[in-house]
Design a protein around this ligand. Sequence first.
Ligand code: PLP
Ligand code: MN
Length: 382
Amino acid sequence: MTVTAPDRSIILFGAPGSRAKIDTPALVLDLDAFEHNVALMAETCRRAGIGLRPHAKTHKCSTIAKRQIAAGALGIGCATIDEAEVMVAAGLPGVLITSPLVTAGKIARLARLVEAGGDVMVVADHPANVAALDQAIGATGRTLRVLVDLDLGHHRTGVGTVADGVRLAREIASWKALRFAGVQAYAGHLQHIADHAERLARTRAADALVADLVAELKAEDLAPAIVTGAGTGTHRINAAGSPFTELQAGSYIVMDAEYGGIEYAPGESWPFRPALSVAVAVTSANVPGSVTTDGGTKAFALNGPRPRVASGPLAGAAYEFSGDEHGRVSLPEGTATPALGTVLECTVPHCDPTIAHFDAIHCVRGDRLVDVWPVDARGRRA
Ligand code: PLP
Ligand code: MN
């Protein structure tokens, strides 16, 4: 007898119906909250007169990227060549790769995207990388827009000084197949500062460095068309009074426990709503005081606060990981032990790496499953 695995497309991308038909573990997206978030960030940027190029690293989902563009975004950020290939193939415009691509394999893949007519840009932080980009893109007969990546103190990527930034911009402009397109300055180390006053002060100090580079570039006749940066944590600070022409926020679409745990602004709570949860099911209930679930370290990100049960009679109950495929929920005093198979929707510790565990996003409105979106840019194709 031959046993064939069920068609994944039926499991993952099945027809709409009752919310109860979502099997576990699964990502569940509250569409009303998600749509509120997408519209609110678009409106915030429009009012401030600043562009929005939301980062697709959060969702890795071309369906969501298209919704962000439909709401007015001028393009999409991608952290990897893998994400960029999927977004370009899905027809998304203004794809900015926000990490330098330096290996021969990735540069060749970038060149293929450019050759195929993809609307794509990349950042760089070193002259050797710029030379390699020119060589690969030159062979396609096309040109590539390159942005200077500026380090604001995160020490992840970027040139370390304004002088190096100007030198690199000049270098980019000097190559035949490259066009100097602007500056990226992303302060990843400032996004989650819990205290708003400190986040504000340190963001303004970082802004001063960006403004310096922009001024020096203008003085050299290299005025940057694009000055891009900021995440969800500093989006409002950077929307006005900063040298940016556009914001790169990503997490705002669904929020997570990490962002939920920091101060938005004095006396104000976050205007973006938590829109995502991970649904797990009770799989064993033989230990007094707790139950085992089917969501372990392969269902949640580990670099954020622990999940909690988000809704229902066990709302707020603490979650522990009990292995790769298992979790443990502590039953609060006085709560009944849930039956086997009971679905518990849990908070998301850190949205990006949680979403990257799953092939599909189950979209719900109230108790209806209304759509299932593939997380089509997940995984690595190297
Ligand atoms: N831009 C870059 C370069 C990033 O690495 C990230 C996230 O890590 C973002 C933008 C989006 O930030 P957030 O998800 O905090 O909004
Ligand atoms: Mn993140």
